[in-house]
Design a binder for this molecule. Structure first.
Ligand code: GDP
Ligand code: MG
Length: 162
């Protein structure tokens, strides 16, 4: 079975950058403009002998209304269709209400989920690791998607379940 792994999180947390690392491609659009990647994007990846399919998604803000809620529906549909989810957090920004709302819905979905604490490069992550743990989705894995730090360790943890 080819595990399908969805990447979700707020705009600008580094989902597309992580997608590019996991697929070693430049297919996903990486930009400084929050919310630019609105459509779902699929890519193949492999670690050792284990292939997987990774899904990049548009940003979630939590508690979306109007047009935003239609885009959020797309993301939650990607979650539905996935075997596992990587929920990215931003170690530079810290956690906010959006992260809590996303976490709550993710917990309710019952989907297997891992927390990735991205942008951990050059950050003292102790306080935010504790905040992230309080989301009730397990231990966050610190990563730096731009440099690829922690990415293999993260994907190995996810794939260990399959
Ligand atoms: P998305 O909106 O969640 O898909 O986020 P992007 O992948 O487009 O990244 C948003 C911004 O964060 C870009 O400027 C990235 O270069 C930057 N970024 C992504 N990952 C990291 C990281 O590990 N460390 C740092 N410092 N910046 C990052
Ligand atoms: Mg993106």
């Amino acid at each position: 079975m080819l595990p399908v792994i969805a990447l979700i999180g707020r705009p600008n947390v580094g989902k597309s950058t992580l997608f590019n690392q996991l697929t070693r491609s430049r297919d996903a659009l990486v930009a400084d403009f929050p919310g630019l990647t609105r459509d779902r994007q699929y890519g193949n990846g492999r670690v050792g002998d284990s292939p997987y399919l990774v899904v990049d998604t548009g940003g979630l803000v939590g508690g979306e209304e109007g047009l935003d809620s239609l885009m959020a529906d797309q993301v939650w549909q990607a979650v539905d269709e996935a075997d596992a989810v990587i929920f990215l957090l931003d170690a530079r920004d810290g956690l906010n209400l959006s992260d809590e709302q996303i976490a709550e819905r993710l917990r309710r979905s019952g989907k297997r989920a891992w927390l990735a604490l991205n942008k951990s490069d050059g950050q003292d992550t102790d306080a935010i690791v504790a905040d992230a743990y309080a989301l009730g989705l397990g231990d966050p894995v610190p990563i730096a998607a731009t440099q690829g730090h922690g990415v293999t360790s993260l994907i190995n943890r996810v794939l260990a379940d399959f």
